[in-house]
Design a protein around this ligand. Structure first.
Ligand code: ADP
Ligand code: MG
Length: 236
């Protein structure tokens, strides 16, 4: 049984169909990359999975449970965490307060403390800045905070929306290294990216999205060497 299965998904904004019948699956341990140009429908798919936008047709199943119409707050305790596009940290709260917001489904104080320690181990810069307001962090640091906040709920599946967007090359590399580490420590990753080169380098499988349809899919390594992918997504 796949961990996450999206089947024949269709999503509309009013009369406009943004997702035109998409199917894909994520198995436990996968790093799946969903790549495609701006406007292809990547965010719409993630928002439909995480319960922010309703599906018009199709099904989404997580570990055997139909979550197609389940609201987001019920998905977090089930093991799905979302790192949204544009980070969306709480600018007026401190780094530590932002992390605590990610633990809202947990009650055990000691466990929350332990998780914060684990996250500081992964992101030493967050510990250095724990009392700083999140709005004053750099883009890369805000991305780390958004990831740390998502990890506070101990997700089994983490979905990330363009974590590298707008970051300097040094931060981009660091963020992708962190994603690799998150995966190697046992969290399954569904990664949406415009940076196809970097995404394919860390993914095991990938899907290429064009205007609401999957036009190509396969092993990330094969797609990296595919001429049409090279031409459309990997040329500098
Ligand atoms: N809130 C919205 N209302 C109407 N159309 C939208 C809305 N959000 C996205 N769209 C449209 O849906 C399509 C897919 O958008 P999106 O999922 O944001 O793409 P991506 O994340 O791949 O850049 C685009 O054509 C976009 O203009
Ligand atoms: Mg998007």
């Amino acid at each position: 049984m796949p961990m996450l299965e999206v089947k024949d998904l269709e999503v509309y904004y009013g009369m406009i169909q943004a997702i035109k019948g998409i199917s894909f699956q994520v198995d436990e341990g996968d790093v799946i990359a969903l790549i495609g140009a701006n406007g292809a429908g990547k965010t719409t798919i993630l928002h439909t999975i995480t319960g922010l936008i309703p599906a018009k047709a199709g099904t989404i199943t997580f570990e055997g449970t139909d979550i197609t119409h389940m609201p987001g707050h019920k998905l977090v305790p089930m093991g799905i965490a979302h790192v949204p596009e544009g980070r969306r940290v709480f600018a007026q709260l401190s780094v530590l307060e932002n992390l605590k917001m990610g633990a809202y489904t947990r009650k055990d104080k000691q466990e929350i403390e332990d998780t914060i320690k684990m996250i500081y181990g992964r992101f030493p810069r967050l510990e250095e800045r724990k009392n700083q307001l999140a709005g004053t962090l750099s883009g890369g640091e805000q991305q780390m905070l958004a990831m740390g906040r998502a990890l506070m709920s101990h997700p089994r599946l983490i979905v990330m929306d363009e974590p590298s967007m707008g970051l300097s090359p040094i931060y981009v590399n660091e963020i992708f290294d962190i994603i690799k580490k998150i995966s190697s420590e046992g969290t399954t990753v569904l990664l949406v990216e415009q940076n196809a080169k970097k995404a394919l380098a860390i993914a095991n499988k990938a899907y290429v999205l064009e205007t609401g349809r999957i036009v190509l899919q396969g092993n990330a390594k094969d797609l990296m060497n595919d001429d049409s992918v090279k031409k459309a997504y990997l040329s500098e």
